[in-house]
Ligand binder design. Structure first.
Ligand code: ATP
Ligand code: MG
Length: 562
């Protein structure tokens, strides 16, 4: 009763916790700033595949769009012609859709607005707010000053509007070489914020663009292009990562003369960092180009396509992004949380077949030769709705090599000479003999079984160990790929290629129960006692290939309980 009183005493709007971005949007809505309109955007640069950090941004932007009955644009920030490619454009669209989001209308491209940006730059020149500078990139850097010293004005800063307009047009028409001239904002070379010391707005790049071809010889800088892209699309809340906080005054400066009553506003949040994961397209590209991984979708990669191939589900990734929330200060999230999320998603959904990853043969010497039988096993002991299946049992079965010890250590409750264990869903077996090859490796384990101990027959005798197994004559061969983290334990941020973990992929020749013969890429499983697995895209009916997503051990959940 007391509990009920407490619930009633709290108004609903106080119970719902909002993150700081939602709080800002709520404030804007209350003040009628955008007439209650919410339009966010996700603006990737198509210079690589998206990673889990981008997934955070996607979930945040599309999530806010949904939450406020608004919309979210997908816009390619393609202002850097030399690094961009349509391969990336396509992979990014696939990733966003796969995560379960729909963008507003057609995909947009910053390059579609090059004409409007050019016109707006001319407007700034006319207003005396931009000028053409002949200084080299080095000279511009050297005259910018630093935190303690103001910058110095360019000798070209006071060119006339007429001259600036003419030179800017010449820049556009390809009259100059790369780096010969730039267009700069005329703000204040003594501004305490270095970003505001006459930043470059346009540079000359004589390279073909993947969409506009050779049409443009000048390309806008991010700080100039981005606010204009947002303004053209009438974005309300332009959400970006923390490193852009110092650029916010420039974002606002650029739009001072934009002709609209509703100017977008920039809000920053902390970028996602995850332990054991490399979170930079540049570094990820290096791994691909160096051939250290099989491609952008290598299951070890923290890319969305890599995580997908590894067996992560969209629901698990969305859940992860939800749980970490949005923060204003940079932090490091434990990869164990991501692993927890996929276990949570698959725990009740996935079938739990038996697969012996590293098999050794067991011969049950007192089981009739040439005979097999069917035993009934639950598909998922935690979810009865998934029903049961019949599994073949017979005289020869495989068990895990590490489920047997010739000289068992203390507390080893699995199979050992003279010891009895339960074969899951079948019988108790006792080890009577071992067969070895010339090198001393165990090739066969001989056992006897007790017919009275059949699972479900009401036998009351107890054994400590239960092993999974696969009957030999009906087993299917499976190539199992086990993964470790991409970077070694002692990874060094400065030389991250040298920190690559060369032991991060292990291939095993496994034996699976017959039900796995029909698996297709993308099927998810929990292999009994072994972890969560997915059928890889390399898998065919003749050659089954599976990836281990994660093991069973849930260090995250345990940590939380402490
Ligand atoms: P990278 O450094 O990996 O190339 P980026 O920020 O340059 O990343 P963009 O394609 O420019 O990549 O980013 C698209 C959007 O994704 C931006 O709004 C950016 O702020 C966001 N984003 C990128 N990385 C992260 C991250 N680690 N956490 C949250 N958001 C991110
Ligand atoms: Mg970038």
């Amino acid at each position: 009763m007391e509990h009920k009183d407490i619930e009633q005493s709290v108004a609903p709007e106080e119970v719902v916790s909002v993150n700081f971005i939602e709080a800002e949007i709520n404030k804007d809505n209350k003040n009628g700033r955008y007439g209650g309109r919410v339009l966010t955007r996700f603006p990737p640069e198509p210079n690589g595949y998206l990673h889990i950090g981008h997934a955070k941004s996607i979930c945040l932007n599309f999530g806010l769009g949904k939450e406020y009955n608004g919309l979210t644009n997908l816009r390619f920030d393609d202002t850097n012609p030399t690094k961009e490619d349509v391969e990336y454009v396509n992979s990014i669209m696939d990733d966003v859709k796969w995560l379960g989001f729909d963008w507003n209308g057609d995909v947009r491209y910053a390059s579609d607005y090059f004409g409007q940006m050019y016109e707006y730059a001319k407007k700034l020149i006319t207003l005396g707010k931009a000028y053409v500078d002949d200084q080299t990139a080095d000279e511009i850097r050297q005259t910018r000053g630093d935190f303690s010293t103001p910058g110095t004005n360019s000798p070209y800063r006071d060119r006339s509007v007429k001259e600036n307009l003419a030179l800017f047009e010449d820049m556009k028409n390809g009259k100059f070489k790369d780096g010969e001239k730039v267009l700069r904002a005329k703000i204040d070379m003594a501004d305490p914020n270095i970003v505001m010391r006459d930043p470059v707005l346009y540079r000359i790049v004589n390279a073909d663009h993947h969409r506009t071809g050779g049409e443009w010889k000048i390309y806008p800088m991010y700080d100039f292009a981005h606010p204009i892209e947002d303004a053209i699309e009438r974005v309300t809340h332009s959400i970006c990562t923390l490193e852009f906080e110092v650029h916010r005054p420039l974002y606002e400066w650029v739009l001072e003369d934009w002709d609209d009553t509703e100017i977008p506003r920039q809000i920053e949040f902390a970028r996602l960092n995850v332990t054991k994961m490399v979170m930079s397209k540049r570094k990820l590209r290096a791994l691909v180009e160096e051939g250290l991984v099989s491609g952008w979708d290598d299951p070890r990669m923290p890319t969305i396509s890599g995580l997908r191939r590894r067996g992560y589900t969209p629901a698990a990734i969305r859940d992860f992004c939800d749980r970490i929330g949005v923060a204003k200060a940079d932090s490091m999230v434990d990869i164990a949380l991501l692993e927890f999320c996929i276990r949570e998603d698959l725990k009740l959904k996935a079938m739990r077949p038996m697969v012996v990853l590293d098999p050794v043969k067991v011969v049950i010497t007192n089981y009739p030769e040439g005979q097999t039988e069917l035993v009934t096993i639950e598909n998922n002991p935690e979810n009865e709705e998934l029903g049961t299946r019949e599994v073949v049992f017979g005289r020869e079965v495989y068990i895990e090599r590490n489920d047997f010890m010739e000289e068992p250590v203390k507390k080893f409750f699995r199979l050992a000479p003279g010891k009895e264990v339960r074969l899951k869903g079948a019988y108790f077996v006792t080890c009577t003999d071992i067969v070895k090859d010339g090198d001393g490796n165990i090739t066969e384990i001989h056992c006897t079984y007790d017919p009275e101990t059949k699972s479900g027959s009401g036998c009351t005798r107890k054994v400590k160990g239960t092993l999974h197994w696969v009957e030999a004559s009906s087993a299917v061969d499976i190539e199992t790929r086990l993964y470790d983290y991409l970077l070694r334990e002692d990874a060094d941020d400065k030389d991250f290629l040298a920190s690559f973990n060369h032991e991060s992929l292990q291939v095993l020749h496994s034996k699976g129960e017959a039900s796995l013969a029909t698996t297709v890429p993308g099927d998810h499983f929990q292999f009994l006692r072994q972890g969560y697995f997915v059928t890889d895209k390399d898998s065919t009916s003749d050659h089954i290939v599976v990836n281990r997503i994660v093991g069973l051990r849930d260090s995250w959940a345990k940590q939380q309980k402490k």
